[in-house]
Design a protein around this ligand. Sequence first.
Ligand code: NG6
Ligand code: CA
Length: 503
Amino acid sequence: MLFFSISNFISFAQIKNRKPNIIIIYVDDLGYGDIGCYGATLVKTPNVDRMASNGLRFTDAHCSASTCTPSRFSLLTGSYAFRNKAAILPGDAPLIINPNTPTLPGMLQKAGYQTGVVGKWHLGLGNGSINWNEHIKPGPAEIGFDYSFLIPATGDRVPTVYVENQRVVNADPSDPITVSYGQKIGNGPTGYENPELLKMKADRQHSETIVNGISRIGFMSGGKKALWKDEDFPVILTNKAKEFINANKQDPFFLYFAFQDIHVPRVPNKMFQGKTKMGPRGDAIAQMDWCTGEIIKELEKLGIAENTLVIFSSDNGPVLDDGYVDFAAKKIGTHKPSGIFKGGKYSAFEAGTRVPTIVYWPTVIKPGVSDALISHIDFYSSLARLTGQKLEGTNQAPDSFDMLPVLLGKSNKGRTTLVEEAFTLAIRSGSWKYIQPVKSTPPAWFASKNIPSGLENHQQLFNLQNDIEEKWNIASIHPDKVNKLQNKLSKIEKAATRPGYKQ
Ligand code: NG6
Ligand code: CA
């Protein structure tokens, strides 16, 4: 039953008399069980927990995929990432969102919003032959962001420089930047040639150019003045986010604040080193909690907290060893990054995409917990409705369902079906979960991760109602169910799923 009708919403909007600001805080690799309000005890996350106890905490909300690029692609386009074959990108990849594609920030611009992105991008930049010494185009501006301050790919990939409004910050024409994901370039040290320079050891893939004592994926030369220090991320990124909020406090604004935490390399600021007994991974969780708190405090200071909708979530499930020796597994103690669920980052099991998700809007959202099934893909349509934008009959957001009543806690009627993407596809339908056999082999390095992956070359079926840990594959006992779900999945693979969507 829907508890919330459009007419209620309109009258609510009239009471508010203006469009609310919208902030999406997107943490990297944060698992379901990694924060206090989802059961963690060995790391304290008071700021996020406060948001949860004064907002709506979801127990069955999903990012679209168990890796970063596809999840972010889906968040910004309202489309399943497999439609675009979006996969983890190297740091010199071209922009994977075609500038003609309707996007979430573009839709909000039309609704009168000032739009900004601060933090990890990992959606590619430029058109394939990127020159890091010039204005980089296309980029965030071409897909709907008025302002951008980026870590271009990931913390573990070159180039290790900030890019503000599509120019490298502190670029120096006399020391041009070159990037290579093939042969080594320049004379700089690498992890495999100069291990004595490292503050953290790494596997072979992460042993190329060394910057700030950390070897990365990929080679880079030049740009000495532009190189980042990983320890500065929380301060620099949070300040940029605050500056954007301050500059736009009079307008409705949309801020997509994408953290580097708690992705590798985990190199927390001094303020957080040793905060937990879990080593850098635990300390990075404490750091991301602080950054979140800084944003909420800023909204309160400016007196705009009650007119700002904040969505807090993660781009995929947790991973302990992701290439650097930071003792995440060794120091884990009783901490359960995936909570009660199986798997994690890269995995087709629940913990791959079931992530902490909190929606916070003081005085508007009644505190509570929701077990509705929702996807981050749904933010697009839901925020369109919130801001008075109509998607019906257009070619926007092909897989995004309007879940606004669910997001605001007015209804518990979530999705009936949802696809989870890993190196294969899985589908949720009611309490059933079906994992399709893998069609292509995952990368060789994945085998060493020691994460239950769910990647098999046979069909798997679980009933989450009595097997939340996906322990018992009951495909052979329910061949009809398997066929039905496989057919459903194949149909979703072929065509858009949003009601009213037209190409
Ligand atoms: C993988 C990297 C991993 C991480 C991941 C992207 C190797 C062996 N592993 O390819 O360290 O960077 O890509 O993570 O290279 S994500 O959260 O951005 O998807
Ligand atoms: Ca990630």
